[in-house]
Design a protein around this ligand. Sequence first.
Ligand SMILES: [Ca+2]
Ligand SMILES: [Ca+2]
Length: 232
Amino acid sequence: MSLLSACLVLAAILGLTSAAINEIRPAAQKPGRFLSLPQPQKCANRPKEFNYRGHNYFFSGHLPQFRNTRLDWLDARNICREFCMDLVSMETQEENNLVFRLIQQNDVPYIWTSGRLCDFKGCENRRDLEPKSLYGWFWSANRVKMAPTNQVPAGWGYNPWSQTGHKKVRQPDNAEFDINGTNESCLSVLNNVYNDGIAWHDVACYHEKPFICEDSEELLNYVASTNRGIRL
Ligand SMILES: [Ca+2]
Ligand SMILES: [Ca+2]
């Protein structure tokens, strides 16, 4: 079975939408890259740095094998996915605070999250996502939509998007597009890069950064259901 058909079979099993499948392509600056499949042994032995509400997490910089590893967004996602995890998704303020604290306490300059702009094939005719800069962001890990970027999310006490950036305007600003035509379609947490504290920024997906992985219930359930007796 080719890698592509393996991916499509897995996508069918997991019930992924065509938009989610197509999401694989635009993030790939290098051609021919796809989402990785979970590896049962890696899932069983995945790093568990801390646990929050039943999900395990790890920061790449805290593991010997990834200590000096910087990856683009898709490669980082794929490292996580082989462990039945995905890049971190901060659906609540409490979870976001955990991530911000980890960055602050360890003086991490920036990390990748699973945040993604729906600007790829399958997103074109979605009126509900317009304008994209306000309504087009979601968590790739579970395809949950984010709050409008210019609003304090429901249940939060602050807007996690930075108030400034390269163009001295609030994020997301798609600033790199004006520089070299590359869209800033991926969500990174930057640590005071623009004298703005720890905050969310839209960043071009090819940049290489350390990353935080979080358990993926979808991938864990898939591996559990196809590997009888496996302890995850
Ligand atoms: Ca999460
Ligand atoms: Ca930006």
